[in-house]
Design a protein around this ligand. Structure first.
Ligand code: HEC
Length: 241
C-alpha cells in the first residue's frame, strides 16, 4: 500500500468508528436531556452556532417595514404582556416560573435589545427544541412587526412606562388564524380561554376574567408569578369601562 492508500484507509476507518461511536452514544441513554442540567459545552456551542447562523441567514432576506408607524408600539405592548412577558419578563420583573424553568433560558427582553429582522423571524417561526413557539401559526405578519416595534422600545422603558403602554393597548389583539385552547377559534370573537401554565390546583383555581372596552371577555389562568407581569390595567380583576 502506498502512503495515499494508507491515509485514505485510515481516514475512512476513523470516520466509521466515530460514526459508530456517536450512534452507540445516541442509543445508550447516557446523554441527559433534562432541562435542569446544562448541555455539555461543546453541544451548547454547536447548537448556538447552528441557531445563530440559521436565523441570520433567513432574517437577511426580510425587508423591515417602517416600525415607527403610529399604533405599532402600543399594539405590540398589549400582545407582549399577554403572550410573551411570562417568559421574556417585563421592567422590574426578575423572573417567572416559566422563565426560570426553561432551558435554554428565554432572554430578558426588557433588558436586551434585539435585531428587528431576526426578532421577526424568531417570533414567526419559533426556535426548535426551546420554549420559543412559532407565533406565525396564529398571528399575521403585521402584528408580529408591531411586536418587533415594541421590542425596540422595551429596554428603555421603566415600570410605569411599560404599564402605561400596555394599559393603553386594549390588551391581547392581533389578526391571524387562531386555534387556542378555548372553544372559540379567535381572539376577535367574544371571548376565549387562554391556556396558561396549569400545573396545580392552586393555579387552576386562580382563573381570572376581565372585560375589555369592546366587550371582549378574557379568561386567564393567573399563577402568582405571571400575574404580576400584567399591569393593573390589563390585570386579572380589572373591568374596563
Ligand atoms: C414559553 C416561553 C416563551 C414564550 C411564551 C415566548 N418565548 Fe420567545 N423565546 C423563548 C426562548 C426559550 C427563547 C430562546 C431560544 C433559544 O435561545 O434557542 C426565545 C427567544 C426569543 C427571541 C430571540 C431573542 C434573541 O436573543 O435573539 C425573541 C425576539 C422572542 N423570543 C420573542 C418572543 C415574543 C415576541 C413572544 C410573544 C409573542 C415570545 N417570545 C414568547 C421562550 C418563549
Amino acid at each position: 500500500m502506498n502512503h495515499t492508500k494508507v491515509a485514505v484507509t485510515t481516514a475512512v476507518a476513523v470516520c466509521l468508528t466515530a460514526t459508530a461511536g456517536a450512534g452507540l452514544f445516541a442509543v445508550s441513554g447516557l446523554y441527559n436531556f433534562a432541562a435542569d442540567e446544562p448541555h455539555f459545552p461543546w453541544v451548547s456551542a454547536t447548537l448556538e452556532t447552528m441557531r445563530e447562523r440559521s436565523i441570520e441567514t433567513r432574517a437577511a432576506k426580510l425587508v423591515v417595514p417602517d416600525l415607527s408607524e403610529p399604533g405599532r408600539v402600543v399594539q405590540g405592548a398589549g400582545n407582549y404582556a399577554a403572550m410573551c412577558a411570562s417568559c421574556h419578563l417585563a421592567p422590574g420583573v426578575e423572573g417567572s416560573e416559566l422563565s426560570r424553568g426553561l432551558y435554554p433560558q428565554p432572554p430578558n427582553l426588557s433588558k436586551q435589545k434585539v435585531d428587528s429582522a431576526q426578532a421577526f423571524w424568531v417570533i414567526k417561526h419559533g426556535v426548535k427544541a426551546s420554549g420559543m413557539p412559532a407565533w406565525g401559526k396564529s398571528m399575521d405578519d403585521e402584528s408580529i412587526w408591531s411586536l418587533v416595534a415594541f421590542l425596540q422600545k422595551l429596554p428603555q422603558m421603566d415600570d410605569p412606562q411599560y404599564d402605561q403602554a400596555v394599559g393603553s393597548s386594549g390588551g391581547h389583539s392581533h389578526a391571524g388564524g387562531h386555534e387556542t385552547g378555548g372553544q372559540n377559534a379567535g381572539h376577535g370573537t367574544e371571548g376565549h380561554v387562554m391556556e396558561g401554565p396549569m400545573h396545580s390546583e392552586e393555579v387552576q383555581t386562580a382563573i381570572q376574567t376581565h372585560t375589555h372596552a369592546n366587550g371582549k371577555v378574557h379568561t386567564h389562568t393567573a399563577d402568582p408569578s405571571t400575574h404580576q407581569l400584567r399591569p393593573a390595567s390589563a390585570g386579572a380583576t380589572a373591568s374596563h369601562p
